[in-house]
Design a protein around this ligand. Structure first.
Ligand SMILES: [Zn+2]
Ligand SMILES: [Zn+2]
Length: 411
């Protein structure tokens, strides 16, 4: 339904319109000098009404409008360019922008003060809106700034439309059941990913990763150009990730297809992952989830199998002391090559012995985010203080470690 037309023209606007007649302006650009006056009219309709009030006929087409240089007359061509730029892509929502010669825009603002209008609207925002409306009509896609699939940029001086394909974000939780699998693709240290004899030309330290296994079916289905994996933290390569799994966001870059059959893809992943990785609850999400995941610092629970000679009574005694104290952890030796060397303060929130046998025992731990558990048990040559090894006065070694829970939500 068209909105009711409200258009009252004050005397000052008529005076400005008289002054504007001295400039070669197309009906769109003439009307837009009064674009914020009244509503329910297009700018050419505004132009027509104002000219009638000045006792003139309808506005004549202008070949070389000094503001837009004919950009508004060529809108149908721009719509075609948008369609061509989006060919072969699935899209439902979009945003339109445009790049203008800065001189044109400066000229328009100078014109506002010269003719004395306080109702002018910028050519660029009017063009973007008008182009968006026409693209909506032509394609049925929905225009607007919120969560677009595609962003079009009409480059007016160049005469081309550039298209940006926005990523698809999927969030879920993964379980890792394999102790040889890194979370993400790990470039070969020698060649930095280019491929060399050490990595047999793969550019990778490990043949595959949670990221690669998990992304493969989705990359193919979305016909995306690449992916990014955002895990809420990470576990060691030789640790399993169990329980409800670790939250992650999978970002599919430049996808050509956006409607994914998530049920079928989950089944395909079960086949291709062959029991090494499992994915739970994969659903579409917003880009903001990536940041949320990075900022989260959830506590974690681990069962740890420890090798060492100590009685259960003594271990329990040491754990009671350990839980009551803050731990000072210097960056572990094993990650010192990629993390800055500093001392962090962490806490083991809860700890108890769940199983004990000859020369080994299993602990159940709950720790703050970022606690290096192996080092807390073994001591890391005095870099973690206190450590269980230090409290017991006997050398301990972590044999196996798993993550059973990421406490990002209560469950
Ligand atoms: Zn114009
Ligand atoms: Zn290499």
């Amino acid at each position: 339904m068209a909105e009711p037309v409200v258009f009252e023209v004050p005397e000052t606007a008529l005076a400005a319109a008289r002054r504007a007649r001295a400039h070669p302006l197309c009906p769109e650009c003439f009307g837009r000098l009064f674009g914020r006056l009244g509503h329910g009219l297009s700018n050419p309709e505004r132009a027509e009404r104002i000219l009638r009030l000045l006792g003139e006929g309808p506005p004549a087409p202008i070949l070389d409008c000094t503001v837009c240089r004919g950009a508004f007359d060529r809108l149908p061509t721009w719509v075609e360019r948008v369609e061509r730029a989006a060919e072969g892509l699935e899209w439902h929502r979009f945003t339109c922008g445009s790049r203008w010669d800065p001189e044109r825009l400066a000229h328009e603002e100078a014109l506002w003060s010269e003719v004395g209008t306080e109702w002018g609207e910028s050519a660029r925002s009017a063009f973007n809106r008008e182009l968006g409306k026409r693209v909506e009509q032509r394609t049925g896609a929905e225009g607007g700034p919120e969560r677009p699939d595609l962003v079009f940029l009409a480059d007016l001086p160049v005469g081309l439309v550039q298209v940006t394909i926005l990523p698809i974000y999927l969030r879920g939780r993964y379980r890792k059941l394999d102790r040889t699998l890194p979370q993400t693709r790990w470039p070969c240290r020698r060649c930095q990913g280019r491929g060399c004899t050490v990595c047999a030309g793969t550019g990778k330290t490990y043949p595959t990763s949670v990221e690669e296994i998990l992304a493969a079916p989705y990359l193919a289905a979305a016909r995306a150009e690449g992916s990014r994996f955002h895990g809420m933290g990470r576990e060691d390569i030789d640790a399993r990730m169990l329980g409800r799994g670790r939250p992650f966001v999978l970002e599919l870059l430049r996808p050509r297809v956006r409607t994914l059959d998530l049920g079928r893809l989950a089944e395909e992943l079960v086949r291709t992952a062959a029991g090494r990785v499992e994915v739970l609850d994969l659903v579409p999400c917003a880009a903001a989830e990536v940041v949320r995941g990075k900022e989260a610092a959830p506590e974690k629970s681990y069962p740890v199998v420890v090798v060492g000679e100590a009685s259960v009574a003594k271990v329990n005694e040491a754990l009671t002391v350990a839980v009551s104290r803050a731990i000072a952890q210097r960056t572990p030796t094993r990650v010192a090559h990629r993390r800055s060397d500093r001392v962090r303060t962490r806490r083991v929130v809860a700890a108890h012995v769940v199983e004990a046998g000859a020369g080994r025992f299993t602990l159940e731990l709950r720790t703050e985010a970022g606690t290096y558990v192996k080092e807390w048990v073994e001591g890391d040559g005095g870099r973690t203080e206190p450590s269980l090894t230090g409290l017991l006065g006997t050398p301990l070694k972590v044999d196996e470690l798993d993550v059973t829970e990421i406490h990002d939500t209560e469950a």
